[in-house]
Ligand binder design. Structure first.
Ligand code: ADP
Length: 305
């Protein structure tokens, strides 16, 4: 099979003025855990809605070999879509939630959901409103894990959860669900909590992909230099994509993957270098020019090439 998601020049306009997707080009291969990350309003939800066939769009999009505009019903048999886990209605009983998902999803395995719930303290007759937040997370996980989907799409899944449960949610997903054949696409603007989970990153800003990379390739594409004030001028001369000052120390991010970029030896002569975290990169590439860096905010389009 080819790419699980194959997008070329995908465009979506709301009304006359809002270009929510401005020509998305990307591929997602099978067995990857991809973070689609961008600030609020970047186009994440619109991209997911297009992928799921929930909104019309222009351009070419193939999801599991199907066009979501015309083959949505068949596509949904292989896709599981979960938004914010905190939105299950409070009046809903646990067993009725299971009945509901069993009724709407052809690949839902009721027995598997029961097995997962049996490992928790959740009672079948309880209402969602009577469960603790941790239990609601477990219920959601039981629902997800019982769906034998090829593609799992999660839209800001932990938005309503406390930090403690967010970590648990992602850990369970990784340990108990992901099996290297499934593909997971997760959107978030809380980069820190998914960065250890991902195999690939897609950064989206103003409806455009500004970074498309495997996590493994990031060390050869970006370097972060931590230095002191006497090296600032020399570091700036090497054209960083971002800089910031924290308590008298300066952190610069360099795109070392492109032609004319400084070598790691040149950077090491100025201070400590390391690979930026995904969260650092997110700040660097999504910055709208608020930092001191001369080129910050404009680098997104350049690094996408
Ligand atoms: P994100 O999920 O990254 O926060 P969205 O895809 O929701 O971004 O939104 C992208 C852009 O499209 C924003 O400018 C948003 O205001 C606009 N938008 C989203 N949904 C609609 C809609 N139903 N009608 C009009 N504009 C919309």
């Amino acid at each position: 099979m080819g790419a699980v998601i194959h997008a070329r020049d995908v465009r979506k306009r709301y009304g006359r003025s809002t270009l929510a997707l401005d020509g998305l080009d990307f591929d997602v291969a099978a067995g990857r855990i991809v973070g689609l990350m961008g600030p609020n309003g970047a186009g994440k939800t619109t991209a997911l809605k297009s992928i799921l066939g929930l909104t019309p769009f222009e351009g070419e999009l193939q999801v599991l070999g199907r066009d979501p505009r015309t083959e949505r019903d068949s596509l949904m048999k292989d896709v599981c879509f979960i938004a914010d886990v905190a939105v299950l209605p409070k009046w809903l009983r646990v067993d009725h939630a299971l009945d509901y998902v069993a009724g709407v999803h052809p690949k839902f395995d009721r027995q598997r959901a029961d097995d997962v719930l049996a490992r928790t303290d959740i009672k079948r007759k309880s209402k969602v409103g009577e469960l603790s937040k941790g239990m609601i997370t477990q219920l959601h996980l039981a629902l997800i894990m019982a769906i034998d989907a090829k593609l799992l799409v999660l839209d800001e899944p932990t938005l309503g959860l406390d930090l403690l449960y967010r970590r648990g949610f992602y850990e369970a997903l990784l340990n108990d669900y992901f099996d290297h054949e499934r593909t997971i696409l997760v959107t978030t603007h809380q980069v820190e909590e998914v960065e250890n989970l991902l195999t690939d990153v897609l950064f989206i800003s103003h409806g455009k992909i500004v970074l498309d990379s495997t996590v493994d390739a990031l060390p050869s594409r970006f370097a972060q230099l931590i230095t002191t004030s006497e090296h600032v001028a020399a570091a700036r001369a090497l054209r960083p994509v971002y800089e910031r000052e924290v308590f008298g120390r300066y952190a610069f991010v360099f795109d070392i993957g492109k032609g004319g970029a400084p070598t790691t030896d040149e950077l090491a002569a100025l201070g400590d270098i390391r690979t930026p975290s995904i969260a650092d990169l997110f700040v660097a590439l999504m910055n709208d020019g608020h930092s001191n860096g001369a080129t910050a905010g404009r680098v997104g389009a350049e690094v996408a090439a």
